[in-house]
Design a protein around this ligand. Structure first.
Ligand SMILES: [Zn+2]
Length: 341
């Protein structure tokens, strides 16, 4: 990957939709003025976020579910929930079959240090493999609108299972808030009310499509019961912006260790590298380009560090091992056709 093919201020590649690099190699995102209403919007979001916490705290056995991947962002989020926001937390980790051993060690260590109730959820291997294959080679995500600029097909599929399971847990235990480590640009608002109705509707709308691609098990992992219980989807990184260095420094103090042999854009999942590879093949740009560029513009990450993340490849043997686990060959990925993003 050559740097001259990217915006010189962020890491938006020339191939990114509507990147429009100008004669100085600056992308449209960097040359656009920040809208004046943005600061007011941010302040309103912070107030709403804090009001929701105050109103929800102490009413149920748990105040909040934490979608805890074991990666750096959700680890710091968990610490924030327990130590700063003083919430009673039920954390869960989706074990998609590709969480590395050191990441699992991190999860267990962190929930012990922070004294949090925790569970691992490991869905059927057969279902997950089928889902990833359909995300890569089929049209599993076709109903999801314009996600390609923000996330890979593989991650989007996985996140749907995480979101559904989080909502299922919240309904089961009557937990009023779900926290997830979305960063600015990945989700529109810091507080979203009753997202579980939306997940349920989406499943019902695309029921036949999902049954055809994933079989009857899709019901189990992607559908939700009809339930009027109120749940707030909380994204703390939209209101409390933290630099990557700050997050790493803080969680290392708790004993978190950076897992090895992963690509530069994950700190827990070996499958991410495959998701990135397929995304570049299909759409012509890296799926983390937008997220990293947003962090650069906010001053939360240096361009140099971002570029390093985009270009850090895992060892070929490690990649091969992951491909075998997924039942996919490198040849199959290399022959993926370019699609419109
Ligand atoms: Zn730029």
């Amino acid at each position: 990957m050559s740097e001259s093919t990217h915006c010189c201020q962020c890491v938006t590649p020339a191939t990114f939709p509507k990147a429009n690099l100008n004669e100085l190699s600056v992308c449209s995102g960097c040359s656009a003025e920040q809208p004046r209403h943005q600061a007011k919007f941010n302040e309103r979001q912070r107030l709403e976020f804090e009001k929701t916490i105050t109103a929800s705290r102490g009413k149920q056995v748990y105040d909040a579910i934490c979608c805890y991947s074991g990666g750096k962002d959700s680890t710091y989020m968990l610490k924030m929930m327990v130590r700063d926001l003083e919430l009673k937390v039920l954390a869960f980790t989706l074990d998609n079959g590709f969480i590395t051993d050191r990441s699992k060690d991190n999860v267990l260590k962190m929930v012990d240090v922070l004294d949090v109730d925790h569970l691992f959820f490991r869905p059927s291997r057969e279902f997950m493999t089928q889902m990833y294959r359909q995300a890569i080679f089929g049209d599993l995500n076709k109903s999801r609108g314009n996600y390609q600029a923000r996330i890979s097909d593989v991650c989007l599929a996985c996140i749907s299972v995480v979101n559904t399971y989080a909502a299922r847990l919240a309904l089961q235990h009557r937990v009023p808030m779900i926290f997830a480590g979305f960063t600015p640009g990945q989700i529109p608002r810091a507080v979203i009310r009753n997202n579980h109705h939306y997940y349920r509707q989406t499943f019902q709308q695309h029921h036949d499509h999902l049954q055809r691609l994933l079989g009857a098990a899709s019901e189990r992992y992607l559908n939700l019961p009809d339930d009027e219980f109120e749940i707030y989807q909380m994204s703390p990184y939209l209101v409390y912006e933290k630099s990557e260095q700050f997050i790493l420094d803080e969680i290392r103090l708790l004993g978190w260790e950076h897992p090895e042999q992963l690509d530069g854009c994950t700190s827990n999942c070996a499958l991410n590298a495959i998701g990135n590879l397929c995304h570049e093949k299909k759409y012509g740009f890296h799926p983390y380009a937008l997220e990293l560029s947003t962090l650069i513009r906010k001053g939360l990450l240096s361009r140099e560090d971002a570029m390093q993340k985009l270009t850090l490849d895992v060892e070929p043997e490690v990649l091969q091992e992951t491909l075998e686990k997924l039942g996919v060959t490198r040849q199959e990925i290399d022959s993926l056709d370019r699609r419109a993003a």
